[in-house]
Design a protein around this ligand. Structure first.
Ligand SMILES: [Zn+2]
Length: 155
């Protein structure tokens, strides 16, 4: 038997898939060859550690500790919004942050409305051209442009 075949045959021997004759041949070689003996001893040591793991038993307090951790996490989760609400500085900052875009929207909306009001009062046709709304003048019934013209009292 050649040394290069030993590893493959030894794995077959470990899984019990090697024939009796080949097994005797293999074990004879391992006994006589120091290099293969060393290798196969290492392989069986490693595989022995992997294939026979000790069953893991949870400690008797494992479940109660998990439950306690879940309870703590839930308490923190419930407390968080309360702490947030109780802090006046945070509440003020949040209100200010929410008000800025709102006020900006009102301001811009007013500016835009006064501008359009001026345009429409001076000339409806001009306002339509400026705002690009004349594109809806020739619209088929049922389209957005048609509905727009109907509601706005246009053509
Ligand atoms: Zn050998």
């Amino acid at each position: 038997m050649q040394c290069q075949n030993v590893k493959k045959l030894f794995l077959l021997h470990l899984s019990g898939d090697l024939g009796k004759k080949k097994e005797e041949e293999l074990l004879g070689h391992i006994r006589s060859c120091a290099k293969c003996r060393e290798e196969t001893e290492f392989v069986s040591k490693v595989l022995g550690n992997i294939s026979a793991p000790d069953p893991i038993e949870p400690s008797p307090y494992f479940l109660s500790r998990i439950k306690a951790k879940i309870k703590t996490a839930e308490e923190h989760f419930v407390l968080f919004p309360m702490q947030w609400r109780l802090s006046p500085a945070s509440a003020g900052l949040f209100a200010a942050a929410a008000l800025v875009p709102l006020l900006a929207g009102i301001f811009l909306g007013n500016a835009y409305l006064s501008q359009t009001a001026n345009l429409t009062s001076s000339s409806s046709g001009k306002a339509k051209t400026v705002l690009g709304l004349d594109a809806f003048d020739e619209s088929p019934p049922g389209s957005f442009g048609y509905i727009y013209n109907k509601t706005m009292g246009g053509a």
